[in-house]
Design a binder for this molecule. Structure first.
Ligand SMILES: O=C(O)CCC(=O)C(=O)O
Ligand SMILES: [Fe+2]
Length: 273
């Protein structure tokens, strides 16, 4: 099993690992996501009744695409999402694949796709799906950095999902240009690119790929599902190339001083444990 995963990672730059995650971890994320969605909906849209979750998220995006993106960002702060990334099954697999001291070079990402939400995001010039890219330029972490793409909903042939180019990790870092997403692979490099593969996954399965594997979001025709996935990265803290650079961080933490200034002191004292 491990040999198969290693071979696939070395040759194809990706591997599908069946039943890697405990379903209770995923249920706990979904339950938190549900509570967050309801809190945003009842406060910003209507406190009469809750429509199905998909409808609540569509309405939030229609009211204000930025509010929708803030909702995703709040979801990315969840401990339940962090628990997926630090699950012993993932940590042990990373170690078995050569990551000696695993770290998280970036916070977990909550990836969603829904046709109607995509339309609202496009309207405001936000990116609604990822273009062709490698993850490594946004991380600049160890060369053996692993990307775990963890579906929280079943991925069928009709679901939006990750499409990868097998073996593309072997070309190392490709030239990229700027894009609303951050960066995208330069058209000049396209001639080395061949066929895509877009694995189908059950909840509990994990798609793992090299941070150099070229991939993008694939949207099948007639897609109408709401898809949730979590993106986790494991990098090696003691990799030579990272130690050589003095272990830099690629993301800066900037405190929003404006928020702190506008807090009303009488609201703070209500707290009871
Ligand atoms: O979920 C997606 O559509 C894109 C995911 C992705 O690019 C990633 O996990 O690195
Ligand atoms: Fe990516």
């Amino acid at each position: 099993m491990l040999e198969e995963i290693k071979n696939s990672m070395n040759e194809q730059g990706y591997a599908v690992v069946k039943n890697l995650l405990d379903l209770s971890l995923i249920k706990s994320v979904l339950s938190d996501v549900d509570m967050i969605t309801k809190a945003q909906y009842s406060h910003h849209i209507s406190d009469k009744e809750y429509p199905p979750q998909e409808e609540m998220l569509v309405q939030i995006s229609q009211k204000d695409p930025t509010l929708y993106l803030k909702t995703l960002s709040a979801i990315e702060m969840l401990w339940s999402i962090n628990s997926l990334g630090s699950a012993p099954s993932l940590i042990n697999l990373s170690k078995a694949l050569g990551i000696k001291v695993p770290n998280s070079p970036v916070r977990p990402a909550f990836h969603t796709y829904h046709n109607k939400i995509a339309k609202e995001l496009k309207r405001e010039k936000f990116f609604e799906k990822t273009p062709l890219h490698q993850d490594w330029p946004a991380l600049r972490s160890s060369f053996n950095t692993l990307v775990y793409w963890i579906p929280l909903t079943r991925i069928t042939s009709k679901t939006s999902r990750v499409a990868l180019i097998p073996g593309s990790h072997k070309n190392g870092l490709l030239k990229a240009k700027e894009h609303a997403f951050g960066h995208t692979i330069d058209e000049d490099e396209m001639n080395i690119l061949q066929d895509f593969t877009a694995p189908l996954l059950d909840v509990g399965d994990v798609l793992i790929f090299s941070a150099f594997t070229v991939h993008k979001t694939l949207i099948p025709k007639n897609n109408s599902d709401l898809r949730f996935a979590v993106g986790i990265r494991h990098a090696d803290t003691v990799a030579e190339e990272f130690v050589n650079e003095g272990m830099p961080r690629s993301y800066k933490i900037v405190m929003d001083m404006e928020r702190s200034r506008t807090l009303k002191s009488n609201e703070v004292s209500k707290i009871r444990f």
